[in-house]
Structures are given as C-alpha cells and as structure tokens.
Design a protein around this ligand. Structure first.
Ligand code: IPE
Ligand code: IPE
Ligand code: MG
Length: 247
C-alpha cells in the first residue's frame, strides 16, 4: 500500500524541522572525502520538501549550517558555502514550479557576501509562493538567536517602545528569527545521533522528536513519511492527561 495513504491529512504537523546529519559518515563509508557527502545531500532536501508539500505541511526548516560548524576545517566550510550558492541557484526554477517560499534564519550577515546575495535573490523571487515555506537555518545557533532576541527587546525597552511588565512569550516569539513560523511540531534527526545541537531550542519546547539511523544523503520521501506516521501515532498531551485528550 502507498505509505502516503496511511497519513491522516487532517493531522499532519504544521512545522517540521530537520537536522540533516550524516553526510561525512556517508561519504566515508564509500571511501570518499566528507565534501562528497555534502555534494550528495541535495536529493534528500528535494525529496523532503516534495514529500512535505504533498501532505499539506505548511513549513519545513532545514538545519544546513550551525554557528558551531564554523569551527570545521576551512576547506569544508568553503565547500559548504559554494554548495549553498550553487544549490540555491539550481533549485530556483523548481521552487517556483512547486510554490516553495524560501526563508532563512540565523546570523545571515556572517555568511560570505555572495551567499547572502544569492539567498536574498531567491527569497525575493519566491516571496509570493504559498504552497510551503522552506526555511534554511544558516549560521544558525539557538543560543545566538536568543541572545540576539534579548538585545533587540532590551533596545525597545530602553527606547520606551516596550514596557518590561508587558514582556510575555509572544514578545519573545515575535523577536526570534522564526517570528513568522509556527512552533515546531516534529523534529527529525538523521544519522542516529540523538541530540538537539543548538537547534530551535525555544521553538521545540513541545515538539515530538524522531531519530532515524538513515544517513542524510540516503534520506528519501519514504523515510519522511515514516517519520510522519510515527508522529501521528503519538499522543501530544501538552501537560494534560490522556483521558482529557481522548475525550
Ligand atoms: C551534516 O553532516 C551536514 C552539516 C553539518 C553541514 P555532517 O557533515 O555533520 O556528517 P557527519 O556527522 O560528520 O557524518
Ligand atoms: C548539526 O550537525 C548541524 C547541522 C546539521 C547543520 P553537526 O553534525 O554539526 O552536529 P554535532 O556537532 O555532531 O552535534
Ligand atoms: Mg554531523
């Protein structure tokens, strides 16, 4: 049976976040260098976005480069940046055809100028697309995001635009890089690692976590649907009792 038919379209997550992990190990397993792994990661990105948009998921966020990833060897960092540029250019026609609206979160100003330019071109070109929002987390770190948020809110307090007493969870939400995105419902991490690695800490407060051993370059539509089916078999209680939920 088609796996997709097992998915309840009324209960799909609104926002899926993915930690795309395992490129290096995938390449190593083939006797190749780590960059070969990154180069073979694009199919998994394509398949995940396609799968998500086919089951009415409104937002998908991909962890592509963390603040900590700047500490990798320069050769690898440079290769990742060039791949980002070439992939965005290459995928633009597909984004347009499939109604994908591209968005970015992170310290974007720390990316190479050329990457910033291509990224902003793609964001502008796709801004009226409505099928799905695809967010790339680039030079993203959740703690950096929270520090940035606190600075921006503090400035507004100093300028008397915000009253300290008025600060609530919505104030924080509205100042995060993800201000225009719903909370994460489902977080998927590939490659068998079971950690968050400084990704969307605030936004994942109540997310369901799904870990798979599949290495990112091998991740396909079918694996994405496995995660969704698993998610749909869970009971999200948000602090309530099971009886209250099923009532
Ligand atoms: C994920 O794969 C891609 C990025 C972090 C940019 P890795 O490069 O982390 O692959 P492993 O974890 O070394 O296998
Ligand atoms: C997390 O993967 C960052 C991205 C997927 C972009 P890493 O492979 O860098 O994470 P750690 O450091 O092993 O936790
Ligand atoms: Mg890794």
């Amino acid at each position: 049976m088609d796996k997709k038919l097992r998915i309840d379209l009324q209960k799909t997550p609104k926002h899926v976040a993915i930690i795309m992990d395992g490129n290096g190990r995938w390449a190593k397993g083939k006797g190749m260098n780590r960059i070969f792994g990154h180069r073979n990661a694009l199919t998994a990105v394509r398949e995940s976005v396609k799968a998500a948009s086919q089951i009415n998921i409104a937002a998908i966020t991909l962890y592509a480069f963390s603040t900590e990833n700047w500490n990798r060897p320069k050769l690898e960092v440079d290769a990742l940046m060039s791949l980002l540029i070439s992939s965005l250019k290459k995928e633009l026609p597909d984004f347009m055809e499939n109604g994908v609206k591209v968005n970015a979160i992170g310290a974007i100003e720390s990316l190479p100028k050329k990457a910033q330019k291509v990224l902003s071109d793609v964001i502008i070109s796709t801004e009226n697309n409505t099928n799905i929002t695809l967010t790339f987390a680039l030079s993203y770190g959740s703690r950096e995001e929270i520090v940035n948020t606190i600075k921006n809110i503090s400035k507004k307090v100093v300028n008397k635009e915000i009253n300290i007493e008025e600060i609530n969870e919505n104030t924080i939400n509205n100042h995060l890089y993800t201000f225009n995105l719903p909370d994460v419902d489902l977080m998927i991490r590939t490659s068998g690692e079971q950690r968050i690695s400084n990704f969307l800490l605030w936004q994942m407060a109540y997310a369901e976590l799904y870990f798979t051993d599949v290495l990112w370059p091998d991740f396909r539509e079918t694996h994405f649907y496995d995660a969704i089916i698993d998610y749909q078999n869970r009971e999200r209680r948000f602090g309530k009792t099971s009886e209250q939920i099923t009532e």
